[in-house]
Ligand binder design. Sequence first.
Ligand SMILES: *Cc1c(COP(=O)(O)O)cnc(C)c1O
Length: 454
Amino acid sequence: MESKSYMVQMNGNGVHSNSVHSFNINGDIYSAKMKIHKKRWNIRASEMSKNTLNPIRAIVDGMKLSPNPDKAMIALSIGDPTVFGNLPTDEKVLQAMKDAMDSHKYNGYAPSVGYQKSREAVANFYCSPEAPLEADDVILTSGCSQAIELAISVLCNPGNNILVPCPGFSLYKTLAVSLGIEIKHYNLLPEKSWEIDLQNLESLIDEKTACLVVNNPSNPCGSVYSKEHLQDILAVASRHCIPILADEIYGDMVFPEHTFYSMAPLTNDVPILSCGGLAKRWLVPGWRMGWILIHDRNQAFGQEIREGLVKLSQRILGACTIVQGALEAILNSTPQEFYQDTIGFLKSNSEICFSALSSIPGLNPVRPSGAMYLMVGIEMENFPEFENDVDFTEHLVTEQSVFCLPATAFEYPNYFRIVVTVPEDMMVEACSRIREFCQLHYRPCNQESNDLDQ
Ligand SMILES: *Cc1c(COP(=O)(O)O)cnc(C)c1O
């Protein structure tokens, strides 16, 4: 087992062969006798892996979550619409997958960017006269998450920065930081239904800014931007020549009285990488099908960005081929009623939640217009027992067995996020428990300081 030892003739006749000179190479001790000591295992996780941080995990893992044993747990924290079984995908979507499987045609490698036919189907589905798309403008990826990763990776070098919403989806930061890209948070305004504070946004732009991330409809806010607001955002990007990464995974998931506007058709000069996928609208996040739609303008992206995206797609040969094989049928045969029913449910559940919570002293829910979430402000000064949103939501679990994600996980303290995909009876029960909890802990803030003197 031990390495062979070598005698070194120091002076040519071997007389002084025991004179020892130690030296050290990569942590291994060698002596002049060149006896190589047993190498120690010294395997360290890479810097990149250490710099890959999921803020949601960091917050949740640090919380003491011990539910009240007398009450069944209700988790309003899970952004997966399939967990309670109340929101199945459409039968046509399932059939498309079965057909793709049974055809035996999708067991091999696809081109790294996806099958031509599948990309064509996506291009046709999202094509509009103002923002035409062809198969070559589409790259299929492993979920919208990989689409976002490719988009950030192709636009940014280490040392660049990207602008991301606050509060916002934590993946942008997780990906960027591990790539050595700086994050700058721009503020959303709860009093303006989470519109972007455009002045704040513009003030953050510098010569190192490589990309502006816009998430509409929003996770965690459930907000949906008006056409005018999107045009104002595009005007900022245009003034500073910053390309946009539009995270439109909740595209078209908006309540009936609202309209979803994709960003690309609203501009004729700002290049946009629009990221989307099947996860949310088709309610199949586990299928890991996503895409990037390349909306170039005046060759601002040019061949270079396209080729860069193709090269990056070759790293892991992205999307599952069975789902690719089913994609055309999924997009073209999902009945309108499926989308409408999903939206109807989400709207009704979020109304139940919003109206229940808005009548609770100390809470300020912000009415959502789409997606699957709503944010609730906590008047911390009226809950003096609790330090912050993490503490508040921790106690809500201990006493009422209701878990909501503290918005510190989205870099936005003193709020929590509610997922509205849970069954209606659970939503009603959760809201009544939140009411009980707040009524018990609410202490009206006394503004008159002379009260203390009486
Ligand atoms: C869920 C989600 C994604 C990721 O979608 P996958 O297809 O599951 O990778 C991306 N962006 C936002 C805002 C999301 O909420």
